[in-house]
Ligand binder design. Sequence first.
Ligand code: AMP
Ligand code: MG
Length: 368
Amino acid sequence: MQTIYWKLQADNEKSASASLTQAARLLQQGEVVAFPTETVYGLGADGLNGAAVAKIFAAKGRPADNPLILHIADKNDILPLTTGLTANAKALMEAFWPGPLTLIVDKSALIPDEVSAGLDTVGVRMPSHPVAAQLIALTGRPIAAPSANISGKPSPTDAQAVLDDMQGKVAGIVDGGRCGIGVESTVVDTTSPVPMILRPGGITREMLEAVLGAVEVDPTLAGSTDFKPKAPGMKYRHYAPEAAMYLFEGAATGCLPQTAKQAAAQGLKVGVLCSAELAAQFAAAENNIAVSCWGSEVSDLAEQLYALLRAFDKQQVDVILAEGVDEAGLGLAVMNRLRKAAGYQIVTVAAGQLCAKSGTHLPGFMLK
Ligand code: AMP
Ligand code: MG
């Protein structure tokens, strides 16, 4: 399949509109088109057309039991998609839409099974990105759109990453530049008496609590395997780079530079993902070590995380050592993505020694 690529020019509104009109027509015809949102790039199809939605699953290789989020351009567009909204859902729409918040609501009969993967509920979001909003409005339908990556890989935050995964598999890609937030939307189940965060994201727990009072967090997000996560997609390995990745948490972060140097001395090509503070502990050109420094704010890490993980794949590193961050605010979403990217291989410190969190096997270069 030939993939049409539209590069939108911010200073040429007329040509951008013509591109989006063409993209909207393809969506109306049941084709799949990738487009930017404020979180990550989405892979869109007409959310009320089961056959069109099935093409998204095929292009991504996404498991059929993982439901999709419907994207709308106007708050009222949620009404036909649900049998009714709780007071909590309405309060969250007022406070955070348009924006990076997905609401799980009871679904109406309009929703194809391909979208909800057999559940009685559906996820709905109104993105704030002007290109996403315009494209959805021009199409005139809710747009089903998961992240525009091959299932399991890091999500795309620029159009080149979408091309890398989707060229030849989808009808079109709208290039609207880099995504600002960089991690996916927060998913909140609004059907339970106390709303529950099923996936942390751009709208933080603290922001939700300021509106709702109490909010719960799905206990499986902490890595517990005793329960099944309420968001089916959260059980899959995800955001994963090709190299083995280890996440250093708490006091272990201070040992990361030394550990990286030990691994490099053993001949391994090491990717290091860290803040400016840790990056200062490496020489400008360290043999066998690629240092990817994201800065000092957790929002900088969120914005760059997936691009830096994809860059490690291109550099073909053997192992990735990543510095964990505090879980306040956006840190909860970032740590959730880092833990999943690392396949829950987490390194901590006990009795002054590096040690593995349960289930992690520490490689030889970490052992003294
Ligand atoms: P993605 O489309 O890749 O951004 O992922 C969407 C996430 O939302 C996945 O983790 C899904 O499992 C989750 N999700 C979508 N719809 C529902 C729903 N009705 N109930 C629970 N989780 C959902
Ligand atoms: Mg995804």
